[in-house]
Ligand binder design. Sequence first.
Ligand code: PMT
Length: 406
Amino acid sequence: MTQLADKKILLGITGSISAYKAADWVRALRKEGGTVTVVMTESATKFISPLTMAALSGNRVYHHMFKDDEPEKIPHINLAREHDLNLIAPATAQTIGRLAHGLTDDLLSAIILASSAPTVVCPAMNSKMYLHPATQTNIATLKTYGYHLVDPDNGTMACGEEGPGRLTEWPVARQTILKVLAKQDLAGESILITAGPTREPFDPVRFLSNRSSGKMGYALAEAASQRGARVTLVSGPTTLPAPAGVELIAITSAQQMHREVMARVGEMSVVIKAAAVSDYRPASTYDHKVKKGQPSLQFELIANPDILKELGQDKKNSGCVTPLLVGFAAESQNHLEEGSRKLREKNLDMIVINDIGGANTGFEVDTNRVTMIDRNNGREELPLLSKEETAHRILDRLLQLMEGKR
Ligand code: PMT
């Protein structure tokens, strides 16, 4: 289950060529356990049929202010009261203008004006219409009213013009929805998270590294940011997009990660080290690509700084309770014993142990199975979950530890 499970979403669809994309958004919301009620403007029904949206949402679709078979229920007031979040996608210049001026000449705008639920607006229109000062002023007005605007994408429009105005992609809208719905229980915390592998070069094209994809660390960064923390993500090379609202510091080697973490740790209340840091690096590097031809090659490796151990030692020496230190361990055998040893030796507050012996856990995959052990011998074993859900459960546990320290 995800953070969208059991959430009641009102999806307002307005008259844009990208209205067809809303059909996929309904499926995505329902797949995550959300319930969706669709409200369409009159012009939206010209682009996609209410019948399609009813079939996909599994609910009745509303699009008339007055032609309703249950007028005694006052649809715009009832619908305004019943939802956790309003999502308007695609939102045309016309609907944005209506909302900015408090006009209620259709069912959707009347519902939004009468609703106290948060509203996420995803504009989509021709780029000249989007960039017009009237639209930009209306968007700025919506922001001052507390609406959450998701910028449209740049690209080629259906009309052939280039520029901003394409409906954003679902994963981007989803991140905003999750942030808006999340409890802000990490507000005021500054959290540094490391993610991904490090690369230790021995010539200009070759390096020593590992299989970390960064997915676990990025999921933690997204979850902590959604819950209101100020997040700094120090990341080795990955193919993942930068999480929205997170300060991303890109590094390559363990020594660079060491430098960037140490420069920032003084401002942090929590450090979570999900990165898989190379313990060793080649003692010397070649300026030019090493040529083949020799029957064998030997490299000397020297130890990299153990960043987390150094943080734990500094904390012990200072006698301070902050930052809270959370380590990760990926172990293929005796994982609980190995994890507990790292917790003690590195002077950590908590360790998250991945059992990488199982299927679909640990490196590269989208799911994980972890056990958390804290310095008071508290232990929690999680089932196989998505890395997103695992991240939230780790943060829940972290909050309990923080409460204990206050
Ligand atoms: O990135 P993914 O593909 O999603 O995979 C996730 C993961 C398996 C990489 C991640 O969840 C994980 O387990 N990371 C830790 C990997 C590991 O085994 O670390 P370690 O046992 O070498 O180190 C223990 C802890 O010390 C880790 O928090 C590590 O970041 C830290 N460390 C290690 C060495 C070093 N030189 N400096 C460090 O700070």
